[in-house]
Design a binder for this molecule. Structure first.
Ligand SMILES: [Fe+2]
Length: 351
């Protein structure tokens, strides 16, 4: 496995790069905007393809690099389903998995620092975001934070992991890089409490100043969607109603870009073809399945995904490689559902 821990000194943030092998797919956790060039350089050096980026929560002390990485690499952006961000490609819930080639991470919903805080667990380690630090814990006084939720997330979720589990936090202000669950249970001063009341009494009396960047970072981090306001008016952007009018025509093929787990969880538009976004490049190149289908049948492709981010990127990728007769569903299957469009479980239909 390839594993790197990046440090950003202004906000003392850690970012993590994970990949199963050189030349394979990569995931970044909590990237910082100012360091995006550095990540891309290392990805190039290690011949890695960035396929997914995950933010553990909406950060208040730095601007996320997710939007810039998506725009430069066409990777998938992921956050928890409780996040107030305008658009991300995928939203995960407690217990969902995030897969890249050769690796799988489990999402743990751990509210408390913020209402949308998640930790990611993978084999021998856990990425704790701002829920658990080395000898500290994340503050709970803004963005829907709650000291009682934090107590529950710490004691009933994170501290139930095996003692030897490595702890990789979202920040460290003293220079420590890694700890273990057992070490934190025994030596983290915030965790030496006997009840949620006792924990709340500590956390509710910290009287910390707001982060310096908060007024800039939070609004920027909530509005990371891929310019859908502009893309909405593009000729290749269709509303759910427009797609409903057109999708039964013989010359149209609906293409679902989501992963199998998303299809299972949220259903599919009847009659659509499945072509996961991460494998799209090979499908739209000459000789690829979608390219051939368009070539032989002359059908127009309408891409859709969860919220319209991957489908907008798929239109651009298709146009770049000469596949022009493609559109996408604005707002994804989420907008389709809200418009009353039919949805079925995958495998029920004919396609
Ligand atoms: Fe935070």
């Amino acid at each position: 496995m390839i594993f790197r821990q990046f440090f950003e000194p202004v906000s003392c943030s850690y970012t993590y790069l994970i990949a199963a092998r050189k030349g394979g797919e990569a995931l970044l956790i909590d990237p910082v905007l100012d360091r995006v060039d550095r990540y891309i350089k290392l990805l190039d050096e290690l011949d890695l393809k960035l396929v997914k980026v995950f933010d553990t929560h909406v950060h208040a002390d730095h601007i996320t690099g997710m939007g810039a990485l998506r725009d430069r690499t066409k990777c998938i952006t992921i956050m928890g389903e409780q996040s107030p961000v305008d658009v991300v490609s995928v939203r995960v819930g407690d217990g969902d998995t995030i897969d890249i080639e050769g690796l799988s991470l489990d999402a743990m919903y751990t509210p408390g620092h913020t209402i949308d805080s998640y930790c990611l667990r993978m084999a021998d380690r856990v990425f704790t975001g701002d829920t658990l630090f080395i000898r500290g814990t994340g503050r709970t006084d803004f963005q829907g934070g709650s000291s009682r939720d934090a107590y529950d997330s710490l004691f009933n979720k994170l501290l139930t992991l095996p003692d030897e589990t490595l702890v990789y936090p979202g920040h460290d202000y003293k220079g420590d890089t890694v700890s273990t669950i057992g070490e934190e249970r025994a030596h983290n001063p915030r965790l030496q409490v006997g009840s949620a009341d006792e924990y709340a009494a500590i956390m509710d009396n910290l009287n910390l100043p707001n982060p310096k960047m908060m007024d800039v970072a939070v609004p920027a981090n909530v509005a990371i969607g891929r310019g859908q306001g502009v893309a909405r008016h593009a000729a290749w952007a269709l509303t759910a109603d427009q797609v409903m009018d057109q999708c039964n025509a013989a010359d149209v093929a609906l293409v679902d870009l989501r992963d199998a787990s998303e299809r299972e969880a949220h259903g599919v538009i009847p009659g659509s073809v499945h072509a996961p976004y991460t494998g799209l490049d090979s499908l739209i190149r000459p000789g690829g399945m979608l390219r051939e289908m368009v070539g032989t049948t002359g059908r127009r492709l309408i891409y859709y995904c969860a919220f319209g981010e991957r489908s907008a990127m798929a239109v651009e990728s298709s146009q770049e490689c000469g596949l022009d007769n493609v559109c996408h569903l604005i707002g994804g299957i989420d907008a389709w559902r809200q418009a009353g469009g039919p949805i079925e479980q995958p495998g029920e239909g004919t396609a």
